[in-house]
Design a binder for this molecule. Sequence first.
Ligand code: ZN
Length: 374
Amino acid sequence: MGRGIKLFKILGIQISLDYTWFIVFGLVAWSLAQGYFPLTIPGLGISTYIVIGIISALLLFACVLIHELSHSYTSNKLGLDIKEIKLFIFGGVAQLTKEPEDPTTELKIAVAGPAASIALAGVFWVLTQLAKTISGYPILAAMFEYLTYINIVLVIFNMIPGFPLDGGRVLRAIWWKKTGNIQRATQVASQAGKTFAILLILFGFVQIFFGNFVGGLWMVFIGMFLQQAAESSYSQLLVKQTLEKIKVADAMTKNVVVLSEDATLSTVVEKYFFGYHFVGFPVASDGRIVGMITLNNVRMVPKEEWATTLVRDAMNKITPDLVLSPQDSAMIAFQRMISLDIGRVIVMDNGKLVGIITRRDIMKLMEFKVDLGV
Ligand SMILES: [Zn+2]
């Protein structure tokens, strides 16, 4: 999910929009402007309906954002690090970098969002009553009534007990707390999510069959999305849990070939890249590791200059980001490579080079683990 627009920061959390958001925003504003509002407050001009449709759609997304912020704020309070919320086609996704470590934390984070939505429904209900009693504000009353209703819908939908929805997280936390087994709890909650998704799809088809084409299609669409989310979040979690148990020391390549920073690129290409078939090598100077050179670095230099260019001028200089300890988990290594968009990290123990770990090393080990069922 790399695509999107960065909007602004609240409470240290970056808010972004996925491009799919615009599609849903347009659909919501349009259906409000030509369906809901003309029905509830007839007799206004088309441009008025469009304006209040857009304003209400914006307020709806503000409500979704507050729901997600409530999850993220609670997560950060409880020690999990959430830096970004992305609003996309079906609401929002907080970018979790870590999974909660105990069921109580999970439970608190899961209920924080729906709790915010219930509070919002309450606020808009009071505003609706106020707008209704003070006559002359029928437009405001209709808008507030819609927002009351939509926040209740958000609560009900999110509390459906299927992972990865909030209700599924609650189910997982309770199961986890009762049995102490997070794998089993995740499996149960994901299965519930998939079952619910399939029921929703079937129900959608029944609706289409009986003539409610648009409503039924929405149900099928949301059901398919949920089913896919339940499956992928489950397998992601399995990968995470496996990688967290593997130490960098057990996944890394130990026999590392180190280059001198004074070698020319032609020597490096002929002797090392062709000789060893590695894609990257650590670079040393006076026995100290000073950088790393990869095929990409070499590719940046024109071929005619390989004979005269030294490794030191083409390599990436070493930074703390490019170094891990053998005691770190493979999960940390994997996250580092993803966030820096690199293929390998150097492993050092007390300032001494002990290995190099690549994405391929991690993938290979994962494959073995899955194949052998350990
Ligand atoms: Zn939520």
